[in-house]
Design a binder for this molecule. Sequence first.
Ligand SMILES: C[S@@+](CC[C@H](N)C(=O)[O-])C[C@H]1O[C@@H](n2cnc3c(N)ncnc32)[C@H](O)[C@@H]1O
Length: 788
Amino acid sequence: MSSSGSLNPESDSFEGRPVFYIGQHDSTRTEALVDDQYTQVLNSGFRFVTAPITNQHFFNRVVDLHRAYLKEREQWTEQRGLTAAQPPNASLPGPVVPTLTDKDTELYPSNYIGSLAVYFSPWIDLCSSDPLISSISRQVLNLEAAYANFCGARTIVVPGPRNDDSSRGIAQYARAIREAMHVANRANIIIHMPMYREPGLDEKAETLSSIFNPGNGLKAKEKEIDLFSAWDSWNTIRSVCSYSMRLFVALRVPRRVPEKTLQERWFAEPLHYLTIGQDIFELNRAGHPSLSRNHQDLINRYMRLRSIPWLILCDVGPRPEELATRPDEMAAEFPSLAEASQALRESRRPHMPAMNAHVGYMRYLERQQPPFSAMETPALTSFQDWLQPPLQPLADNLESATYEVFEGDPVKYDRYETAITEAMVEWKELKKPTSTATPENPSNPELVVTVAGAGRGPLVTRALRAAESTGTPIQIWALEKNQDAYVYLLRKNKVEWGNKVTLVKTDMRGWEGPRLKGREDVIGKVDILVTELLGSFGDNELSPECLDGIQNHLARPHGMSIPHSYTAHLSPIATPRLFADISSRVVGDPNAFETPWVVRLFAIDYVAQKVPDHPRFQQAWEFAHPVEVARADDFAAEHGKAAKHVTGGVGSMAGASGTNEHNARHCHLTFVCPTRGVIHGLSGFFESVLYASQTGAGKEPVEISILPDQIDRKSKDMVSWFPIFFPLKKPLYFPQDTELEVSMWRQTDDTRVWYEWLVEVYAWVGPDTRIKVGTSDLHSSRKVACLM
Ligand SMILES: C[S@@+](CC[C@H](N)C(=O)[O-])C[C@H]1O[C@@H](n2cnc3c(N)ncnc32)[C@H](O)[C@@H]1O
């Protein structure tokens, strides 16, 4: 258990953890609690309770209505002398459930209704194949939805389908929920779903179907457990409801915790509640309730979500008969000494119920959770699954505050400093000539270092530090095209760098090159060129194009670029939240589904599995610098720079001259998905080798990476880049044993760069037979392309 100090936010040893918000549900409750009872439940440690919208009276009324209808129909059939085989007139109207009366409900508008989780009647059966029962169920659903919405309920829980066997039933159910969402137009609708159909944990409460068609439920055959069938039903329901942002899941925690793949599938879904039944708890040796290690891990994982799901403990007390007895006001005012000291020990008022044992255990688990890590600060957490439009680094100038955010991540700068240090050490070791060498001073040891795109100068500081620590004399230039950042650099040069740095306000592609110290008439070459123009997908902020424009100043053959190379990587993902978010933006932003978004992906499911030759994260392409023969350089040498737009027809894009053609890329990747699921787009990442040793001593390269399976090894805790997300306009469903074929292109017409992407689904239907079962549109970010 943590010390009290670690829970005190004021203390130095404070460690934050997710907070458990625990509610109480009683499956036998047929009426909303009255105020006193509600208070008693809160006093036993719960923070909220559930309340049925209607009561037993309403249930009886609906059952009587249906009975009367069946009787009337029977009479009607008899009067006409029809046999059982002759169906009644199809247009005979079915029963219409009359409006609610005050006898049908104990729920009224109140100042605490917003904190109740109100429950639809569990006895309706929206999936019923009996059209009368499904119709009555739907009417009840709508009556209750309208009334709960009227009362001001914010969350309404609806029992999920009882099984996933009938696609007709699920379709009926989904359609009814969509209708109810229109009726309850402000409330959130929460579908109560099991994680999977665990034998023995199916709902037993009676329904209209079990009352009127009792035989139907008996036929259910023993089947193999299909782990994904409940998720499949949920996927149908939310698809029919167009991924409404008001539709959530209450996930029933199973007795046996399933495999990780299924846990992760639900992790990506909008979990509003986790419901934990009394039978999930075990008793420990002291007879207190406890949960297995697997259950604890599951809860700990889900509690890391940005919107932390609330917990509902079901049937763990206080029992209805306990709530029936009102606390004795007199006795509460004048407790006996023994009662008072017992109450003090349990931190409660005398005659108030003791802390519920299950709540007490959950509070203990709350304290046992791993504390928030350095990557879970409130600032970083607030970025989870938050879409940011990508930067236009050439067209736009960054603000000082944005640079300050970059500078807040020491990991990136440490890795750069290590790379520059190694480059300087090896330069000496390999006795490479420097660009400051002149006929008069052929062994001048001064290296020419240029930081291009210096921003507010952190990489300049690191280059100066590397030079000092390695005892390397340098001449250093810093280039920046942002005139405001340039002013900052001028000041920093005076205040911090002792005017050692030559600052040039220029686009690096138009720089004339370094005029050497003491020989200003001579334009020299650069030995070490340092840049950080990388985007989340490596090349998406046009680092290749910018470096092409300056690499002619690099000394050959020894000059080097830091970074030396970078690679882009992809993996298909399910991310229902981002899909819903982007869908909601389309009206104001018609290109929302054609935009690669920068986003700190979190509530997502990587659907592909790692198998031999097909890893979960696959490399799309690579850029390495300097480019050996740049087509642009050749072209400019032949025609002059200004000529590039008038010689159309050479490049792959119509009308392009082809000078940037060497920076176009294409990849085709195959991802393997053994279980069925859905994808909403492609997650993108990059890695970069900043410096690769040239001494042949087998040293590890200096790298940075944002790949989920590499970041901890290559650049732990680096937060400078979030992943990129290439969305799909329509979710793409895939069956089990599927291969997702991903095609991606980096396109250019010499003035712009954009991406195009396509996903195709192939299912294996025999040992050697694969058939195509789905395809996405060809998406293109051309309309939001990066301008060169
Ligand atoms: C991602 S920021 C990095 C800034 C700084 N080096 C750092 O690490 O904090 C990229 C910088 O490069 C500059 N930049 C981008 N393209 C450039 C170009 N073609 N010429 C000069 N500066 C450029 C931007 O204005 C921006 O300041």
